[in-house]
Design a protein around this ligand. Structure first.
Ligand code: NAP
Ligand code: ZN
Ligand code: ZN
Length: 354
């Protein structure tokens, strides 16, 4: 049995998103069905809609920063009930058997996790469809709980934590960022602004690298001690050999050497952005002289995502958002491409029910 969902999809790399109806399964014993209230707009939605990673299957329904209310649960579900406020992030399943799954690192599943969109669905055999839609059905093991500290009016700002928040929290924790760490954040967009907030809450000294001078005052309000205009070599040189960790959230290819030379000995440049085209090959000298590393990280595991939500609730953190009706999504993508977002678009899914 299935139910009909109203969503938004596009049907080719050059086509805009438009209304699209499709079916979702009725809850199986371990499933949770939720009405989606808000869905954040991640740059990965845009990369995928435009087939920049060359793996998009159309029609494509984006959205993996989902907050909603449970409407139905399967017969075996004990942890959730109708009426609960819950959230769904970038994954809806994984193999559950490989070493990464067993260590609560489902994002590194050997079989690849089932992503919330553009992934092969174990149940239907078709592709998964994301949160630009009125409701979704997800296995209970991949559903998060919205901490009770958040009020109804906070929920739009909670949605982006499900990708932007966890994608920053996981590497900051893995590389043990805390008091005494000097952390660089490259790019002030959806991910970058959460990196500043979370690194600051962890006690680090945070410096933003931006191409947008107009974002300086905001970055300081978010918790950055210093802001560097990355196009200015003189400003960059002031920070040579001084960072423990730099997290690079830029959505376009760029020269990494400008950042590796800012690392201390043993420092790490962690790549998060997934641009359409590869970065130029990095300078080896910058790495061997100083034993510096270039690393990467993808989202976070389900257990860690709950830990991140609880951490953000405790520290009163949520995203800075601009709410849009779904009808403005194509305009929002245009603005995201111009780095003109402060600092995350969130779709009010009520606009899809009208
Ligand atoms: P976003 O909101 O568009 O922010 C990207 C920021 O990068 C922009 O605000 C801009 O910051 C900077 N930027 C853009 N174009 C640039 C250019 N040509 N040169 C230098 N800087 C530029 O995007 P997002 O949603 O935060 O996502 C960022 C990237 O992370 C995307 O590639 C996305 O797919 C990827 N991502 C990865 C993961 C993961 O798990 N690894 C998870 C989510 C997203 P300034 O104006 O401050 O320069
Ligand atoms: Zn995302
Ligand atoms: Zn696995």
């Amino acid at each position: 049995m299935t139910s009909t969902v109203q969503g938004y999809a596009n049907d080719s790399a050059t086509a805009p998103l438009k209304p699209y109806r499709f079916e979702r399964r009725d809850p199986l014993p371990h499933d949770v069905q939720l009405d989606i209230l808000y869905c954040g707009v991640c740059h990965s939605d845009l990369h995928t809609a435009k087939n920049e990673w060359k793996n998009t299957v159309y029609p494509f329904v984006p959205g993996h920063e989902i907050v909603g209310r449970v409407t139905k649960v399967g017969s075996a579900v004990k942890a959730f009930k109708a009426g609960d406020l819950v959230a769904v992030g970038c994954m809806v399943d994984s193999c559950r058997e490989c070493p990464s799954c067993k260590e609560h690192l489902e994002q590194y599943c050997d079989q690849m996790p089932t992503f919330t969109y553009n992934s092969s669905d174990k149940h239907s055999g078709k592709m998964t469809y994301g949160g630009y839609s009125t409701h979704i059905v997800v296995d209970e093991n991949y559903v998060l709980r919205v901490p009770k500290e958040y009020k109804e009016e906070d929920l739009p700002g909670v949605a982006p934590l499900l990708c932007a928040g966890i994608t920053m929290y996981s590497p900051l924790r893995h590389w043990k960022i805390g008091k005494g760490s000097k952390v660089g954040v490259v790019g002030l967009g959806g991910l970058g602004h959460m990196a500043i907030k979370i690194a600051h809450a962890l006690g680090a000294h945070v410096v933003l690298f931006t191409t947008s001078p107009g974002k300086t005052a905001d970055a300081k309000k978010l918790g950055a001690k210093d802001v560097v205009i990355s196009k200015n070599p003189e400003e960059m040189k002031k920070h040579l050999k001084s960072f423990d960790f730099i997290i690079d959230t830029v959505s376009a290819d760029h020269n990494l050497d400008n950042y590796t030379e800012l690392l201390k000995r043993d420092g790490v440049l962690c790549l998060i952005g997934v641009p359409e085209h590869q970065h130029p090959s990095p300078n080896i000298g910058n790495l061997i002289f100083g034993r510096r590393s270039i690393a990467g990280s993808i989202i976070g595991g389900i257990k860690e995502t709950q830990e991140m939500l609880d951490f953000c609730a405790k520290h009163k953190l949520k995203a800075e958002i601009e709410m849009i009706p779904i009808q403005k999504i194509n305009e929002a993508y245009e603005r995201m491409l111009k780095s003109d977002v402060k600092y995350r678009f969130v779709i009010d899914i009520a606009s899809l029910r009208k």
